[in-house]
Structures are given as structure tokens and as C-alpha cells.
Design a protein around this ligand. Structure first.
Ligand SMILES: *Cc1c(COP(=O)(O)O)cnc(C)c1O
Length: 247
């Protein structure tokens, strides 16, 4: 089964160890989607009994659009599993070009075709500053930013009709929070159009805010919530915001 370690909408974090134990007891393997965890929430794949994991590198890993996806396969499974995507980079002898597909022995068998060098260079540059700071320090700042964000949302947005749509226990929160409001879409558009706050909208009614530790200050969190409160407090705001495709 495939599960998100950090839910893309609510930011809820699952217990990797308990999930692996339950899955293995039922004869299942777990593939973790780490798209909203990698580079943000510390994850111990080897130590938690994880079987497989995958994710993108254009979110917290700063690779930008076109950055490569990646894969983790527990060592014992590497020679048992076969990638469904066969390519010459996954062959034991890359240049054999024979009739039969003969995959390489280890993690190399999960390679497919020729990678985008531009994408790899970008993600290399994006990850470097995170490695210099270290996941522990990054996560310490992220947790504090998210705690401030939760407190400010509670104080300023809930009285204006918003509902916190993320777990309240800090241990179950990842790097972003969701707040639900019936005017979520116009609020997000107006925040972008007026500049300064880039939140995103997730249907049907969620505003998602991710105070990324590497480049977000505590005062930014404070100011962002003040601006959202300003928009929510004005009932006329958003009347002229047409629906549009969301990415
Ligand atoms: C961003 C994201 C991905 C990445 O998908 P791509 O096809 O690589 O763009 C996967 N899963 C979730 C939950 C995501 O949020």
C-alpha cells in the first residue's frame, strides 16, 4: 500500500513504525510518499522498517519544476523487486541491447532512461544548503514556525469563520498547516495578487501555508496571518475573483 508520511492537504504525520508493523503483520509492503516530508520532516527509513519510499524534489528539496523523482528500496528487497519501468540504465550490461531484459543487481535496476542533467544539477544546488544546516536544525525551526502559525491562526482566523484543518498535537504535524474557510479560493488569489503571501488553495475550501524554515522568518508568519485576517474581515473581498485552474 502507498501512504503519505505527511498528508498533502492537512499536513498530518503518520507513525512510520506502527504502520510498518501493521502492514507486515498483514503481509503487505508499505511505500511511503515523502513528497511533503523530504527536506522538511526528519524521516528514518532504515530505522522504521520502511520497505519503499518515493517523492519529488521540487518542494522542500528546492529542485524546481523538472527536478527528478526518487526512490528508496529496502536493501533486502532490491534484488527481489523489479521496476515496471524498464530502461537501459537499469540493465546489468547497459550496452548489451539484447532481446531479454536483464536488470542490474541492486538499486541500479530501478534506473530507467537517461536522466535530465539540468534537473539533477538544480536539485544538487537546492539540497546543498539544507545539508549544510542539517535536518535537525531545520526541523527545530520548522516546528517553531508551525507552532506560531497555529497560534496566530487560532487567534486571528478562527474568530473570522475559519477552521483549522490540521492536527492540533504538535507531534502529529508536518511542515504546513491547512485552514478551511468558504472563501478560501478568493483569499488565496487576493493574497498572491496583492503580493507578499504565496499560500495555496486545495479544493474545496482549504488555504495551505508552509512556513519553509530555510527562507521564512517568524515575522513573515505573523504578517501572513494578519494579511489573511485582513482579507477575511472584508466580506466584499473576493466577489470578483473568478475560478481558475489550480496547480
Ligand atoms: C507533489 C506530490 C507528488 C509529486 O508528484 P509528481 O508527479 O512528481 O509531480 C506526489 N505525491 C504527492 C502527495 C505530492 O504532493
Amino acid at each position: 500500500m502507498c501512504l503519505s508520511a505527511v498528508n498533502f492537504r492537512s499536513g498530518a504525520v503518520l507513525d512510520l513504525v506502527a504502520t510498518a508493523v501493521a502492514a507486515h503483520a498483514a503481509g503487505a509492503l508499505v511505500c511511503w510518499d515523502l513528497s511533503h516530508a523530504a527536506g522538511c520532516v526528519p524521516v528514518d527509513l532504515d530505522g522504521s522498517g520502511a520497505d519503499l519510499a518515493t517523492g519529488c524534489s521540487y518542494k522542500y528539496l528546492n529542485g524546481g519544476p523538472g527536478a527528478p523523482a526518487w526512490l528508496y528500496v529496502r536493501r533486502e528487497l532490491q534484488s527481489q523487486l523489479r521496476s515496471p519501468v524498464w530502461g537501459w540504465w537499469g540493465q546489468r550490461d547497459q550496452f548489451a541491447m539484447g532481446d531479454a531484459y536483464d536488470p542490474a543487481g541492486g538499486i541500479e535496476r530501478f534506473h530507467a532512461g537517461t536522466p535530465s542533467v539540468a534537473g539533477l544539477v538544480a536539485v544538487d544546488a537546492g539540497v546543498q544548503p539544507l545539508l549544510e544546516v542539517g535536518m535537525e536544525a531545520l526541523w527545530a525551526k520548522t516546528s517553531a514556525l508551525v507552532a506560531l502559525l497555529a497560534a496566530r491562526e487560532e487567534a486571528r482566523l478562527v474568530p473570522l469563520g475559519a477552521r483549522i484543518a490540521s492536527p492540533s498535537e504538535p507531534a502529529r504535524r508536518g511542515g504546513h498547516l491547512a485552514v478551511a474557510h468558504e472563501r478560501a479560493w478568493p483569499v488565496v488569489r487576493l493574497l498572491v495578487d496583492r503580493g507578499g503571501v504565496v499560500a495555496d488553495f486545495r479544493p474545496p475550501d482549504v488555504v495551505r501555508l508552509a512556513p519553509v524554515a530555510a527562507y521564512t522568518r517568524f515575522v513573515d508568519v505573523w504578517d501572513a496571518v494578519e494579511r489573511i485576517a485582513g482579507v477575511l474581515a472584508d466580506p466584499a473581498s473576493g466577489e470578483a475573483v473568478p475560478p481558475r485552474r489550480v496547480t
